[in-house]
Design a protein around this ligand. Structure first.
Ligand code: AHR
Length: 655
């Protein structure tokens, strides 16, 4: 009797737990034999724009700001130095040449012989690393037969000397001089001093300082840590150079790729349109030197194995700004730019533009396959111009796939108009953008289920969940946003027959030089980290499968039932089944995967999770949200795992 009541008591204790667990068990069916779609190698890519100090002061490793005195205020970033009562003067001089690139230089005159010169503050300081080498270069000449030397010093905020060198220009002709030195200390806020040694005057231009440890150690190259973060994502494509930067505030300030190639000193600097865009984040010192130009973008794509996707201006300035358009009968030069770009990227070395590519050191073609015409342009003015571009490009290069804009938003009148027009035009690829609250991403996970399977392909070209609202400086790259993007991305992958490309935007932000949040990767002068959103993008990208197979809950795609979202694919190269499962619920959930048409045993599960939706990664804790791996096992055709609350999980099992 005693024993029976004990058993009853015990059953009462465990029964509710058993019911709860039974309720929590979610059965997923994977149909590994039913291929639904091919996943293009371009599926997960990156969107680069020179916003937030993304290029100058960011990816482009130049440490000197306003190196050729071409900013509107020619001495911006520079200041005069008079050490120990030294005397001298400077004069910004115009060369009076017909070229619009690099028109100015500086004349420095020392009256005291020592201690007179100028100093450059860098981009929010210069990030300098102990024992690293630095390449200084300058165009210089002596004035009036003088014999003045230049003392080059890297200094810390307290004036401590980090590294130095001297050089003596010879003669009255402009010549480029270079000298290298090492730094004895690490400093995030260093500056560069140039002091004259000797009485007399000297002319200087294109004053430049680069670290030696650039990506692939290329002189005048890119910041290695930033490129590495991109390379680690194994992106399928890089879209460049933006974004609104393509359009410019005015047509004059639009991005013109031809002005971004050839010798750095011949690239004409212009104001960056983000300089004055947000009153609450004015950045008066934000210009585009184009040291990172179209050749370098193509080279970057090649380095990291990504397809290049350049976007060109379609004859329209940003419609949020001047909305200026070029008259239809004046569009030819714009269209010619597009044709010439294809020749620059792919043409033989004996073609006009292919020759220029070869002269820059790349005789092999870059194999460009896609080209964007216009960014976030809308209205009939866009369609009218696009038709002319499309006709000319398709006539000469039918193999190039064209990416067309569907405007700024994923719905509304503008979108509906463009979507209808572009489908009538049989567009190759339509670029859709969504900067929306996290809930929008969860609610829209089935967005593409009903898209025309035979119509244009979709490029989810710019998206990011906004924790506050679009354009708010208070938006955060928190886990809630990243989680909702991951859920949405399962919907993109499930529809890979329609959605062939996707990229989060914007990509980079400098902690002291940003205009827009949220952003995928944050940097300061020495450090960089990937946000929680970056971890999601990377996890999806490095686990891109070759083909989509169904992942079902109760015979329906896993698209939000009990907060669960998922996609399944097969990697044909490694012969693995890949399951991506997001638990957007606040409770843990058990998942049982019944695998049909598949035999496998062992695998791994990579998990991103946090118990706090507001958690963000930071310079101090770069992996607050970071991947955790564990082994998983298939038993009798079933894989059972526990999904943490608010988690993104990728399971790979060898077939
Ligand atoms: O990503 C930031 C901006 O958002 C892009 O420049 C523009 O295309 C979009 O409006």
């Amino acid at each position: 009797m005693k024993q029976r009541s004990f058993i009853l008591f015990f059953l009462c204790l465990i029964f509710p737990v058993y019911i709860i667990r039974a309720q929590q068990k979610n059965v997923f069916v994977v149909k590994a034999n039913e291929v639904k779609a091919t996943i293009e190698p371009t599926m997960w890519g990156v969107f680069f724009e020179d916003i937030n100090q993304g290029a100058d002061g960011g990816l482009y490793a130049e440490l000197v700001k306003n190196r050729s005195f071409e900013f509107d205020v020619p001495m911006m970033g520079w200041r005069e130095i008079k050490k120990d009562g030294a005397d001298g003067s400077y004069l910004i001089t115009n060369k009076g040449v017909s070229s619009t690139a690099n028109t100015r230089y500086i004349r420095l005159e020392s009256l005291s012989g020592k201690g007179y010169g100028i100093s450059n503050e860098g981009f929010r300081g210069m990030g300098i690393k102990k024992d690293n080498g630095y390449d200084f270069s300058v165009w210089a000449r002596q004035v009036n037969g003088g014999s003045v030397s230049l003392l080059i010093e890297l200094a810390g905020p307290d004036g401590s000397r980090l590294g130095s060198a001297t050089l003596k220009p010879e003669g009255a002709e402009w010549k480029k001089y270079t000298v290298s030195f090492k730094s004895v200390a690490t400093e995030a806020k260093a500056h560069l001093e140039l002091l004259l040694d000797g009485k007399g005057a000297i002319d200087l231009d294109m004053i430049s300082l680069f670290p030696k440890d650039t990506w692939k150690q290329r002189a005048g190259g890119l910041r290695a840590d930033m490129v590495q973060l991109l390379a680690d994502m194994k992106p399928g494509f890089v879209r460049f150079p933006g974004g609104c930067i393509v359009e410019g505030r005015t047509l004059d300030e639009r991005f013109q790729w031809k002005k971004t190639i050839g010798p750095a000193e011949d690239r004409e600097l212009i104001i960056n349109r983000w300089n004055v865009e947000f009153k609450h984040r004015l950045t008066p010192d934000y210009f585009q030197s184009f040291g990172l130009g179209f050749f370098e973008y193509f080279q970057l794509c090649e380095d990291i194995g990504a397809e290049p996707l350049p976007i060109l201006n379609c004859g329209m300035a940003c419609q949020f700004n001047t909305a200026e358009v070029v008259a239809l009968d004046q569009l030819d030069p714009y269209i010619q730019d597009a044709l010439d770009l294809i020749e620059f990227a792919n043409g033989p070395v004996n073609s006009t533009w292919g020759k220029k590519r070869a002269e820059m050191g790349h005789p092999e073609p870059f194999n460009m396959k896609m080209l964007g015409v216009g960014n976030e342009n809308w209205g009939s003015q866009y369609i009218d111009r696009l038709k002319l571009f499309t006709k000319a490009i398709k006539e000469k290069y039918p193999e190039i796939k064209l990416v067309n804009s569907s405007g700024t938003d994923p719905d509304g009148d503008r979108f509906d108009y463009l979507n209808t027009q572009l489908r009538e035009m049989k567009a190759d690829i339509i670029d859709e953008h969504y900067y929306r609250p996290p809930q929008w991403f969860l609610d829209n996970v089935k967005r593409y289920d009903s898209y025309d399977r035979k119509g244009p392909k979709i490029f989810a070209g710019e998206y990011a969940a906004q924790s506050v609202r679009t354009g708010s400086p208070d938006n955060k790259n928190n886990w809630q946003c990243a989680l909702s993007e991951a859920a949405f991305m399962t919907g993109l992958e499930r529809n890979a027959d329609v959605v062939t490309m996707a990229s989060y935007a914007p990509l980079f932000a400098h902690a002291e030089g940003w205009q827009w949040t949220p952003d995928l990767i944050w940097v300061d002068n020495l450090r960089s980290y990937g946000t929680a959103n970056y971890q999601v993008q990377k996890l999806f990208s490095v686990n891109r499968g070759s083909v989509v197979v169904p992942l079902l809950i109760n015979n329906e795609p896993a698209a939000g039932q009990k907060g669960l979202y998922g996609a399944a694919s097969i990697d044909r190269k490694t012969n693995e089944l890949i399951l991506k499962v997001v638990n957007a619920a606040e409770n843990p959930q058990d998942a049982e995967f019944i695998t049909e048409g598949f035999r496998g045993k062992k695998g791994t599960m990579t998990e991103l999770s946090s118990g706090k939706l507001e958690l963000v990664n930071s310079f101090e804790v770069p992996l607050a949200v970071g991947p955790v791996q564990k082994p998983v096992q298939v038993r009798s055709g079933k894989l059972v795992v526990s999904l943490k609350p608010w988690s993104v999980n990728v399971i790979r099992v060898k077939m």
